[in-house]
Unconditional design. Structure first.
Length: 251
């Protein structure tokens, strides 16, 4: 990992984007930073660089949404995420890097497809609240996709949406869940060698951008329409996700 102009050309907007999303504007799209960084870094470098920054964002957002979450809903998703994280670690230990590049690309394109289906009402929130079993299952998917590319937002949203939470409680619950999940990923990431000295040094230079992004997201959450933001995000994810899939299959 070389911290040159090209690196920061990608890293600065990626981290700012993730921070804005973590702050509550464009929620669930924070993982878009990972496929963007995977265009210039290996999949392991991309997720390894982002995790400490996401944890800084989590702590910042946690203070802003303190005790506004639903603790029971949070606990179910967090508990369910544990086996998903374990499966992700086992896969990373045996899979070729190209497989993870393919997975990141598929998740990126799949996110757009999921959002499109939801906007067209092809996918609707469950008519009844999902029970603990469903919550644990969606938590497992959340843990797995979060380990692969920090993309646990969509599967977590399926369970959260069934709870009919108000906007602030929803965001606060999401913040708490991913604060816990990201903290749980530190040990397995370390064990499989995802973190490097270079990535941690790069993180130190990007922390101010991460914090600034969160505060910008909180401000935008209350004042700016999300339609344009999401539209640009979808175009961006289709392009980057498609490129990653192409590279993985062609390689």
């Amino acid at each position: 990992m070389t911290m040159d102009f090209n690196f920061y050309l990608f890293a600065l907007p990626a981290v700012m984007f993730a921070g804005i999303s973590k702050g509550g504007f464009g929620s669930a799209a924070a993982f878009a930073a990972t496929p963007f960084l995977a265009l210039i870094l290996s999949p392991g470098q991309a997720v390894g660089l982002m995790l400490p920054l996401l944890m800084v964002m989590d702590v910042t957002a946690l203070r802003l949404f303190w005790r506004k979450w639903d603790m029971r809903v949070s606990a179910i998703l967090i508990l369910g995420a544990v086996p998903g994280i374990v499966i992700g670690a086992l896969l990373y230990g045996v899979a070729d890097p190209a497989v993870f590049k393919l997975m990141i690309g598929v998740v990126a394109v799949g996110f757009v497809a999921w959002q499109l289906a939801k906007s067209r009402h092809w996918i609707k929130p469950p008519k009844r609240e999902l029970g603990m079993g469903a919550g644990l299952a969606w938590g497992g998917v959340t843990g797995l996709t979060s380990f692969i590319s920090h993309a646990g937002g969509p599967p977590a949203a399926v369970y959260l949406l069934s709870k009919r939470l108000d906007k602030t409680t929803y965001q606060a619950t999401s913040v708490l869940v991913f604060w816990a999940i990201n903290a749980m990923k530190v040990v397995p990431y370390s064990m499989v060698g995802i973190f490097t000295k270079e990535s941690l040094i790069a993180d130190l230079t990007l922390v101010p951008v991460a914090v600034l992004g969160v505060f910008a997201g909180v401000w935008m959450h209350h004042r700016v329409p999300e339609k344009l933001f999401f539209g640009l995000t979808y175009v961006f994810l289709v392009i980057t996700g498609g490129k990653l899939i192409w590279e993985a299959l062609a390689g």
